[in-house]
Design a protein around this ligand. Structure first.
Ligand SMILES: NC(=O)C1=CN([C@@H]2O[C@H](COP(=O)(O)OP(=O)(O)OC[C@H]3O[C@@H](n4cnc5c(N)ncnc54)[C@H](O)[C@@H]3O)[C@@H](O)[C@H]2O)C=CC1
Ligand SMILES: CC(=O)C(C)=O
Length: 259
């Protein structure tokens, strides 16, 4: 119960990795503010958090909209009394070649992945500062934030950007007692990978599941990552054990990308 009495905000918490992070932080004692654009699915995760004996608050918000992010963090602080941990998990993927990427696609993914993370860092850091408390900011990066992959170039560039934001925020906020780190998963079989696999079929003529299986086949530990594997790293970054770590984008991919 190392997070007992703490409040964590998790964005993109309605499903996939965000849901698992919310449940793991709740198991570790934290009350959870869950935010996403999928209101119905959020309601299910609220019940799951409450079943673990923690308080849960769902706030529908689009992380790409700065005002909505600030309002969500304020609502979290007002309802829970304080916020201590911010997990900027929400993100989307796109599959297109460098030659085919369109302005609309690029604008959308940068608005959600890059600006969404930036607004989350800003709003959380300002809340910690106003409270006069230290805090932990934890961003979703990817192994694709360390190495780029064909047809995922624009997505990878957003994750490289998140690594840069993580380093800079760590340098700027360290004197306030705020740590800023990122988790970098590998191949996690969520809706995101279903989408990547479908688009790879369209783009390359690969058979369904062929791209996913090829990536999984390259993992040193011999299996795909689970959302719970990712949540375990996030839980470490959220608890005092990681207090002397900041500015790091830590790979958890079972052995694909080595840094
Ligand atoms: N699945 C994977 O293999 C990997 C995922 N990641 C990252 O982990 C994070 C979570 O990914 P998954 O759970 O796999 O994806 P997912 O697609 O299953 O879930 C993403 C969640 O984010 C929410 N979301 C999307 N746009 C939003 C917005 N504008 N505002 C608020 N919420 C929004 C969605 O509604 C959804 O609930 C993402 O940042 C992703 O880039 C990183 C490496 C690998
Ligand atoms: C989805 C993702 O982050 C990959 C392929 O690394």
């Amino acid at each position: 119960m190392s997070l007992s009495g703490k409040t964590a905000i998790v964005t993109g918490a309605a499903q996939g990795i965000g849901r698992s992070i919310a449940l793991r932080l709740a198991q570790d004692g934290a009350n959870i503010v869950l935010t996403d654009v999928k209101t119905d699915k959020l309601a299910v995760v609220v019940k799951e958090v409450e079943a673990l004996g923690r308080k849960a608050l769902a706030v529908t918000a689009d992380v790409g909209d700065r005002e909505q992010v600030y309002a969500m963090v304020q609502q979290a602080a007002d309802t829970m009394g304080q916020v201590d941990i911010m997990v900027n998990n929400a993100g989307i993927v796109q599959v297109s070649s460098i030659l085919d990427a369109t302005p609309e696609e690029v604008e959308t993914i940068y608005r959600i992945n890059v600006q969404g993370t930036l607004w989350g860092i800003q709003a959380a850091a300002k809340a910690f500062k106003a409270q006069g408390t230290p805090g932990k900011i934890i961003n979703a990066c990817s192994m694709a934030g360390h190495e780029s992959f064909p047809l995922l170039g624009v997505y990878c560039s957003t994750k490289f950007a998140i690594r840069a934001l993580t380093q800079t925020a760590a340098k700027e906020l360290g004197s306030l007692g705020i740590t800023v780190n990122a988790y970098c998963p590998g191949i996690v079989g969520t809706d995101m990978w279903d989408f990547i696999d479908r688009r790879m079929v369209e783009e390359t003529g690969a058979k369904p599941r062929e791209t996913y299986n090829k990536f999984v086949g390259g993992i040193a530990l011999g299996r795909a990552e689970t959302p719970e594997d990712v949540a375990a790293l996030v839980a470490f970054l959220a608890r005092p054990d990681s207090n002397y770590i900041t500015g790091q984008s830590i790979i958890t991919d079972g052995g694909i990308v080595y840094r």
